[in-house]
Design a protein around this ligand. Structure first.
Ligand SMILES: Nc1ncnc2c1ncn2[C@@H]1O[C@H](COP(=O)(O)OP(=O)(O)O)[C@@H](O)[C@H]1O
Ligand SMILES: [Mg+2]
Length: 283
């Protein structure tokens, strides 16, 4: 353990000593998700968070950045993510009546130069030909040659990378092996125990203890049903539960359920199964 800590950058250590560690909003029954993610980053390694939508990947990344006292620069990948979206683009500026061509650094370049955390969300949504440009930035070289400018960039010592993938989501592609190989993987599944009550207490507008208990008990059933394959995984998303919880402060719970969970689904059997579980806890 002591040996590991020696690899921690001095800047991180200093920042952590100076500031009281901000509390993690990310909660999970599997403590190792949080601690391993933090240790991977403290060792200067790339972290890949793998899990379904609404499982807290972005929340965890935010918490990790806050704990390390670092700014975070985010990219949201899609099929349209191209070199410009990652590295930047040329633009024309007028100075004293003259045209000048300027290059505006994109998120990857800014994060590297400023020693920020680069958060690459839905990395497996990007077209496979775009990402290999990052390979040298992601390994020990921590460098990048910007093909749009020819600039050679060496990352600041604090530059860190967190990526997130949404498994099983339509439109995603398997990650390129060389890219995947550069990451350390932490899998996150939906919270399924007492931690959930804390999450609702911290993040939801609902403060009626009895309703919060009903909501968490109901959610436990959803998690079980999703694990048994009766309903889709996304129906047990913590994000949807937070929506349901917030909506339940303003509109009747049954209608809140329809808006936050049920009407996202097409399958009638699935809708009925969720509705039945709901009635068990709320009637
Ligand atoms: N384990 C968790 N701990 C704390 N908050 C969570 C957790 N899982 C989900 N949330 C909350 O649910 C919402 C969706 O989480 P988010 O991080 O955006 O999910 P993801 O990035 O995995 O799709 C956010 O409001 C987040 O705060
Ligand atoms: Mg996210």
């Amino acid at each position: 353990m002591i040996q590991e800590k020696s690899a921690v950058s001095t800047k991180h250590t200093l920042k952590m000593q100076m500031n009281k560690m901000p509390e993690f909003k990310f909660k999970h029954e599997d403590e190792s998700i949080r601690s391993d993610s933090l240790d991977i980053l403290k060792l200067g390694k790339n972290l890949l968070l793998k899990g379904p939508t609404g499982a807290g990947k972005t929340r965890l990344a935010d918490d990790l950045a806050a704990n390390l006292g670092q700014d975070m620069v985010s990219i949201n990948c899609s099929v349209d993510t191209d070199m410009e979206a990652l590295l930047g683009f040329k633009t024309i500026e007028y100075k004293e009546g003259k045209q000048e061509i300027l290059f505006v650094d994109g998120p990857v370049v800014r994060a590297m130069k400023n020693g920020c955390i680069l958060y690459i969300d839905e990395i497996n949504m990007a077209k496979p030909e775009v990402l290999p440009i990052l390979n040298a930035a992601l390994d020990y070289r921590r460098t990048l040659t910007n093909p749009l400018t020819g600039e050679e960039i060496t990352a600041d010592g604090d530059f860190l990378v967190i990526a997130a993938v949404n498994i099983g989501y339509a439109g995603t592609m398997p990650m390129n092996e060389a890219l995947l190989n550069r990451f350390n993987i932490v899998e996150i599944d939906y919270v399924a125990d007492e931690a959930l009550l804390e999450i609702l207490q911290n993040q939801s507008l609902q403060d009626d203890k009895a309703v919060l208990k009903q909501l968490t008990d109901f959610h436990k059933d959803l998690v079980t049903m999703a694990r048994q394959g009766q309903i889709s995984k996304e129906s047990s998303s913590v994000r949807s539960l937070l929506d349901l919880s917030d909506l339940s402060t303003m509109i009747p719970t049954e209608r809140a359920l329809k808006r936050a969970v049920i009407d996202k689904l097409d399958n009638e059997q699935e809708k009925t199964a969720i509705y039945n579980a709901f009635k068990l806890h709320f009637e």
